[in-house]
Design a protein around this ligand. Structure first.
Ligand code: HEC
Ligand code: HEC
Length: 181
């Protein structure tokens, strides 16, 4: 081999390895992006998990947010399904609240919260008494078939079986209940 061909071979090799290096860099960048994307998606799982009885379509999500904002500062927010529509209506209109006082919501938030609560709860029959406690709500009972509930069941008892009740998740159950189903 002449010196010239030696030199050319060397240059070729250099170019080849530079090309390989570029491929490697591009690859790791792409993988990094993919991995961060995957971890992000994983991080988002708890919030995208369905924690309530029904899936909430986009047009009710603001109403749900406003409900949580206004009604979960003193106690956990109850899912609308556990009480009849009439109960929610009366609670939203009243500043007298279970022996205390609350600031009633004003429109437009009140209307959005009302749309959310009324859509995801059911009306009771006309001659039925309106329950103001989950303990006397048949809708609440219907969601707990065969569950031995504390008597009376109170807004503070939910978390004993629903460990994520504070995050408005009533699907997740404590292990003993998870296994019994
Ligand atoms: C003694 C344990 C216990 C207590 C206390 C309890 N729950 Fe439950 N809850 C359960 C179990 C178990 C289920 C699942 C029942 C089934 O699927 O048959 C359930 C189901 C539910 C569901 C239906 C979830 C779904 O979408 O499948 C809602 C909503 C709910 N509970 C709300 C509440 C609220 C609100 C409270 C407090 C006022 C409460 N629960 C108190 C055990 C309990
Ligand atoms: C200033 C504090 C406060 C705010 C804000 C508040 N509540 Fe209450 N709520 C209470 C108290 C106190 C009780 C009675 C708790 C008890 O006796 O177990 C209660 C009880 C309840 C109960 C009865 C639960 C049961 O079955 O025993 C419901 C339903 C309820 N609140 C709904 C709401 C809604 C809807 C909103 C938002 C419009 C709201 N709360 C905002 C303080 C508040």
């Amino acid at each position: 081999m002449t010196n010239l061909t030696k030199y050319r071979k060397h240059r070729q090799l250099q170019r080849k390895s530079l090309g390989l290096l570029l491929v490697a860099i591009t690859w790791s960048l792409a993988m990094g992006w993919l991995i961060s994307f995957a971890t992000n998606a994983q991080g988002a799982t708890p919030t995208s998990e369905i924690g309530t009885v029904d899936v909430v379509p986009a047009q009710y999500q603001l109403g749900q947010e406003l409900y949580l904002e206004n009604c979960s500062s003193c106690h956990i927010a109850l899912p609308p399904q556990v009480l009849p529509t009439q109960t929610w209506k009366n609670i939203l209109q009243d500043s007298q609240h279970y022996g205390g006082q609350i600031q009633p919501l004003v429109d437009p938030p009140r209307l959005l919260v009302w749309r959310y609560l009324s859509t995801f709860s059911r009306p009771i029959l006309e001659d039925e008494q309106i329950p103001y406690r989950v303990n006397s709500s048949r809708f609440f009972k219907a969601l707990h078939p065969q569950v031995k509930l504390p008597r009376p069941v109170e807004i503070n008892s939910c978390v004993s079986c629903h460990p994520s009740a504070n995050e408005y998740n009533f699907r997740r159950l404590t292990p003993e209940w998870e296994n019994s189903n």
